[in-house]
Ligand binder design. Structure first.
Ligand code: UT7
Length: 341
């Protein structure tokens, strides 16, 4: 398959290690019982089809936003790494719900934590954003261009949700997560194999129209509904199940290892049934594929880094272990990153 794929052809001269992680979710919750009052649905339907019981939702009146969640997540990651913000060389923030297109949310988050002068930019790869950012920041460190980076993934899906659309709104929640990665003399640490892929011809299955001209030909959306996420759930489901399996296979093959060699699969939490299909296909034990979609829903770009932080904080993801990050989403995009962390 074409795309950006990487496996070290010779021993790298610079290692990259995961130095710290953090996450932040808002306190506000929407439960399945809340949805039963909003639309024609049931707790049973939602749990059976998605595995979700509740999701988090920002309180905009209290000023919660992508920036405030990311700032908290990054401060927690810096504390975890026992680092000062001034030591950061670069901040890369993946989101489809950043505050503004100018300035990048990453710039303001950098200022909020005191990372003055660090390079900062936002990227958009929807649910794959964090894994895209992780691969890019890792390669900048390995090339010697920088020594320390913060990679953030965040989405405030409640800002782009039509809560009268039961086919979409029951799936998504708000969250932010951050990881700090650093250069190390231990050259066995860092990415073993990775990939970045996209197929823009599938964009119409998952998109966020801002204006009438953004709509696919023949699709009508009332003006007041522009700005809400549009999803063809069935098509995205089919894409996700197939891609998830292929992506894991492709990455393991490049690295020349088996699924049983991986200590943790850190996967995008799109739908519990999609995660379960991968677990069954590769014979992955439950202890190696963390699931939090029941508590947080699908948090798009925030999903993978939140899983990573929960794993690390519960001692299930230790230094030197083999970790496979996998994500897919709007674009359509899909990406993987196999690490010795
Ligand atoms: O992160 C990457 C982006 N997104 C995803 O990965 C999402 C992938 N897709 C999915 O997870 C699933 O497609 C959904 C959970 C969104 C929907 O589940 P589904 O089993 O694919 O349902 P469906 O869209 O095929 O709809 C089946 C039926 C329909 O009724 P009819 O036409 O059969 O009478 C829907 O109208 O279920 C109905 N339905 C609901 N019923 C109760 C759709 N949403 C709901 C609901 N409650 N919330």
């Amino acid at each position: 398959m074409s795309g950006v794929t990487a496996q070290p052809r010779q021993a790298p001269r610079i290692g990259v290690r995961l130095a710290g992680t953090g996450h932040c979710v808002p306190d506000g919750k929407i439960t399945n019982a809340d949805f039963e009052k909003l639309v024609e649905t049931s707790d049973e339907w939602i749990v059976q089809r998605t595995g979700i019981h509740e999701r988090r939702k920002c309180d905009m009146d209290k000023g919660e936003s992508a920036r405030t969640l990311c700032t908290k997540a990054l401060k927690r990651a810096l504390d975890d790494a026992r680092m000062e913000a001034s030591e950061l060389d670069f901040i890369i923030l993946g989101s489809v719900t950043g505050e503004m297109s100018c300035p990048a949310t990453a710039c303001r988050v950098g200022a909020d934590v005191g990372a003055v002068g660090a390079g900062a930019l936002d990227i958009i790869a929807a649910c794959s954003s964090f894994v895209y950012g992780l691969n890019m920041a890792h390669d900048m460190i390995r090339s010697g261009a920088i020594r320390t980076a913060a990679v953030l993934g965040c989405d405030i899906m409640s800002e782009v949700m039509d809560y009268t659309d039961r086919g979409v709104s029951i799936l998504f929640g708000d969250a932010a997560g951050a990881a700090i990665i650093k250069a190390t003399d231990d050259t066995t640490r860092g990415i073993i194999a990775s990939s970045l892929h996209a197929d823009g011809s599938g964009w119409k299955d998952l998109y966020l129209p801002r204006r009438k001209r953004d709509l696919p030909e023949g699709v009508e959306v009332p003006p007041e509904k522009l700005g809400y996420l549009q999803m063809n759930g069935r098509e995205v489901y089919k894409f996700a199940v197939t891609t998830f399996g292929r992506l894991i296979e492709e990455t393991l093959e490049k690295a020349g290892i088996q699924a049983s060699d991986v200590d943790q699969f850190v996967c995008h939490q799109s739908n519990a049934r999609i995660l379960e299909s991968a677990r069954t296909k590769f014979g992955i034990p439950e202890s190696k594929l963390h699931v939090n979609i029941d508590r947080y829903g699908n948090c798009s770009g925030g999903s993978v880094p939140v899983v990573l932080d929960e794993l690390r904080k519960s001692g299930k993801c230790q230094e030197g272990e083999i970790v496979l990050f996998v994500a897919f989403g709007g674009g359509l995009t899909w990406a993987s990153s196999l690490w010795r962390i």
